[in-house]
Design a protein around this ligand. Structure first.
Ligand code: FAD
Length: 414
């Protein structure tokens, strides 16, 4: 057997939110061993949320979305190996194989691989003007395509990524048609009131929102230029480019091939250990029992989750095994609207509207058996801050009439 080219006490796979925070937290907790981060991305660790917001809009340059200044990593003794993918794991030998053929040995491995964008499964989807929004390179490619002026764009998918991209594209002067297969926007993540509000808002901003509509094919010229798309209701849309936001597939191939348990990502326990010795997994790819979802096994795709799981693992490696039990939160920016979510609305059986959507400031409260479990706050920062406290306090049943009254502060209901 050949000896590995490199060794580190902790090897972190993925240089995104989870990976970067794991390295930062280890050093913050006084970890003195060697740390190596390996990432497919060529760029040093950066924030992903701006890729469908300020970065795509050209309002923030790359320096402003870097998780830390470039010199930080060397200063903290954290080695970065960029532009390299881990292709295989030998969990018995504690050894990784990389795409360049080299091998790296580890004592502890933290897998924070995130996900790959789900590809559009239709003819024409491989044309060069079909874009995804996951990595900096995706956003850069889209920005380059828009450099010579506004385009006619078809956005596929009415989830957060598609809607944020649509908002930026409108701001840049593009004509935007957005198709969503389900009967409402944000159907998998938000209540009907939020869906209706955002559909109206996007239409008011000039987006042609088409619900219950899928796509059959991307159409192109012989030279490979996108000219339009055929929708599943038989109609055609003329467009110059297509932007796809239809979810991710967890990037866990090497882990599963190495024998880790998992069907939707990779399974982890209360302190983010996989079923393989000395291998942890965090972030978008980690399926875990979440206390804010009655311990249902779920994956969360949020900065909060990646960040807090990274902290849990850093502590575990330092010998403090504290269960992962952070309150889930999330945000989305579209136009001048800021949506902030606290808690998880999984299994809700009632919603209460607090405030008036026509004023573009309101909160939607999700309840299960009379107990508030989540809050979507649109332009209501105070509600959001107090909702977090309320949920963290382990609240019981609350009279819906009190929740519905914006004059009653949420903190007074704790
Ligand atoms: P990532 O940050 O995706 O990092 C994973 C890294 O691992 C990637 O760099 C990938 O290239 C690398 N990798 C994968 N496999 C391998 C391999 N085999 N070898 C080496 N490297 C590998 N969340 C919010 O809370 N609010 C938002 O507003 C928001 N907006 C978003 C907008 C966009 C456009 C996107 C894409 C995401 C957004 N998210 C948002 C989600 C958030 O960014 C993710 O939940 C978070 O990045 C997850 O962190 P992670 O470490 O699990 O994965």
């Amino acid at each position: 057997m050949t000896s590995p080219n490199q060794h580190a006490d902790v090897v972190i796979v993925g240089t995104g939110h989870g990976g970067a925070q794991a390295a930062i937290a280890l050093r913050q907790h006084g970890y003195e061993g060697s740390i190596l981060m390996i990432g497919r991305d060529d760029a040093p660790p950066y924030e992903r949320p701006p890729l469908s917001k300020e970065y795509l809009a050209g309002e923030k340059g790359f320096e402003r979305i870097m998780i830390r200044p470039e010199k930080f990593w060397a200063e903290k003794g954290i080695d970065l190996k960029l532009g390299a993918a881990v292709t295989a794991i030998d969990p018995h030998a504690h050894r990784l194989t990389l795409s360049d053929g080299s091998q790296v040995a580890y004592c502890k491995l933290i897998w924070s691989g995130g996900g790959d964008p789900r590809r559009l499964p239709v003819p024409g989807a491989v044309l060069p003007q079909v874009f995804y929004v996951r990595d900096k390179s995706d956003a850069d490619a889209m920005m380059a395509a828009l450099a010579d002026g506004p385009k006619r764009v078809l956005v596929v998918g009415g989830g957060y990524i598609g809607l944020e991209a649509a908002a930026v594209l409108r701001k840049l002067g593009c004509e935007v048609v957005l198709v969503e297969m389900l009967p409402r926007l944000l159907a998998r993540v938000a209540g009907e009131e939020i869906s209706a509000f955002y559909a109206a808002e996007h239409r008011r901003q000039g987006v042609d929102v088409r619900l219950n509509t899928g796509i059959q094919a991307v159409l192109g010229e012989d030279q490979g230029k996108v000219t339009g798309a055929r929708l599943d209701n038989g109609t055609q849309v003329a467009c110059d480019m297509v932007v796809v936001g239809i979810g991710i597939v967890p990037a866990v191939g090497p882990l599963i091939a190495a024998g880790a348990a998992g069907s939707n990502g990779v399974d982890v326990d209360f302190c983010c250990r996989t079923t393989l010795d000395d291998i942890y997994a965090i972030g978008d790819c980690a399926a875990h029992a979440n206390p804010y979802a009655d311990n249902a096994v779920i994956r969360l795709e949020s900065v909060q989750n990646a960040h807090d799981m990274a902290n849990t693992v850093a502590k575990a490696i330092m010998g403090h095994k504290e269960p992962y039990n952070a309150l889930p939160w999330f945000w989305s920016n579209q136009y001048d609207l800021k949506l902030q979510t606290a808690g998880l609305n999984l299994g809700y059986d009632q919603t209460v509207l607090r405030g008036d959507p026509s004023e573009r400031k309101f909160t939607l409260v999700y309840l299960k058996n009379g107990v508030p479990i989540a809050f979507d706050c649109v332009g209501t920062m105070r509600d959001y801050v107090q909702a977090r406290k309320l949920l963290e306090s382990g609240v019981g049943r609350i009279d819906p009439a009190l929740l519905a009254d914006p004059q009653v502060a949420l903190k007074d209901l704790i």
